[in-house]
Structure formats: C-alpha cells, structure tokens
Design a protein around this ligand. Structure first.
Ligand SMILES: Nc1nc2c(ncn2[C@@H]2O[C@H](COP(=O)(O)OP(=O)(O)O)[C@@H](O)[C@H]2O)c(=O)[nH]1
Ligand SMILES: [Mg+2]
Length: 188
C-alpha cells in the first residue's frame, strides 16, 4: 500500500464518537520506549507524525491517525510504567485494557511491538495472552534489529518467538527493514 496521506485526528481517554465512524483500526501496543511511535512513523514514511515519548501528555492518551482516509493507526500508551504501577500507572493500564478488552472496540489488527535486543517482559507475555483471549488478529514486531549482529539477531529472534509462542516480524524503524511486508500484512 502506498501512503498518500497521514494526519493526526485526536487523542481519546475513553469512549468517544470516533469509535462509531466505521473506519477500521490498526492498533499499536508495546512497552514504553520499544519504538512504537518510530514504527508508526516508519510505516507512513514521516519523521514525526507521531511525536516521540519525549512529548509529555500525548503518550497518556490513545492517539488516532487517519491513513489514506481509509484506516486509523491507533497509538496506545506504552505499558512499561503502566503495568508496573508507577504513578498514573493504574489509569493507563485501565485505558489500555478498556481499548483491548472492554468489548467496545474491535480493531482489525493489533501490532504488538517488542524490543529485539532484550527478552520479552512479563507484560509482553500478558499482552499476547490478552490478544489471544480477545480474538484480535495480531502480529508481533521485534523492533531495533539494526542494533544486533547476525548471530545476536538469530539468537534473540528465536528466543522471542519461543517465549511468546508466536511468529514474529524482524523490524527496524531506523532502517525500515521489514516495512513493506508489515504494511502489507496489516492493511490487506
Ligand atoms: N536503533 C534503533 N533505535 C530505535 C528504533 N526505533 C526506535 N528507536 C529509538 O528508541 C527510542 C524510543 O522510540 P519511540 O518511538 O519514542 O518509542 P515508544 O515509546 O515506544 O513510542 C528513541 O530513542 C528511538 O530513536 C530502531 O528501529 N532502531
Ligand atoms: Mg510513543
């Protein structure tokens, strides 16, 4: 799919009229700092459509981006701090769970972004369980593979695949490795 347009629509913190407009959702979830925003930017070939985690505020909302006037890319808050119960964590956790398991939203696809350089966290596993239980179609993207040499890459990817018991997409938001096949998978 060629990206013709990508625009920020709004951030939401709960039920909202945008949920009723029939445009399919492709949702992005993952621990804070795994590169979720960077993955979205790389897919739409825009440097800063989605602001990096350095932008305060926006990362506490569910942000909607309209792509080709046809899909929403939905950027969920990072769940690193959220599930650890840090300040504000409970609120974020509830917001993520509301979106994924509240029964109100039926995303066409969920992209779970994990870090290729480290072992999946307990929360990554929990997220896979939630996605399976809810029956959401999903893919796991192992981002930042550009940081690994061939040996590390093979080793880590195998490890992540085994831990999460699912096939994964090696990816680099930096080099855009894997971009075409991921975009094809989630938009067709
Ligand atoms: N080397 C490398 N760094 C990345 C990649 N994707 C993101 N990063 C870096 O990881 C950090 C967090 O990225 P960001 O997209 O803000 O993560 P988010 O919190 O998950 O949205 C930033 O410093 C990015 O430059 C990647 O594919 N390769
Ligand atoms: Mg982000």
């Amino acid at each position: 799919m060629e990206i013709k347009s990508a625009e920020f629509i709004k951030g939401i913190i709960g039920t909202d009229p945008i949920l009723n407009d029939q445009i399919p959702h492709i949702a992005f979830v993952g621990r804070s700092n795994v590169g979720k925003s960077s993955v979205i930017n790389s897919l739409v070939l825009r440097k800063d459509l989605v602001k990096s985690s350095a932008t305060p505020g926006k990362t506490k909302e569910i942000n909607y981006f309209l792509i080709n006037k046809k899909f929403y890319f939905v950027d969920l808050p990072g769940y690193g701090y959220a599930l650890m119960g840090a300040q504000g964590g409970e609120k974020l956790r509830k917001l993520i769970l509301w979106y994924l398991s509240g029964g109100e939203v039926h995303p066409r696809f969920v992209v779970l972004v994990v870090d290729a350089c480290i072992k999946p966290s307990a929360y990554d596993k929990e997220m896979v369980d939630i996605l399976r239980r809810e029956g959401h179609p999903f893919v796991v993207v192992a981002n930042k593979v550009d940081r690994l040499n061939q040996t590390e890459r093979a080793h880590n990817l195998k490890n992540i695949e085994a831990t999460l018991a699912t096939k994964i997409f090696p990816y680099s938001a930096r080099t855009k490795m894997g971009r075409e096949s991921l975009l094809e998978t989630i938009t067709s």
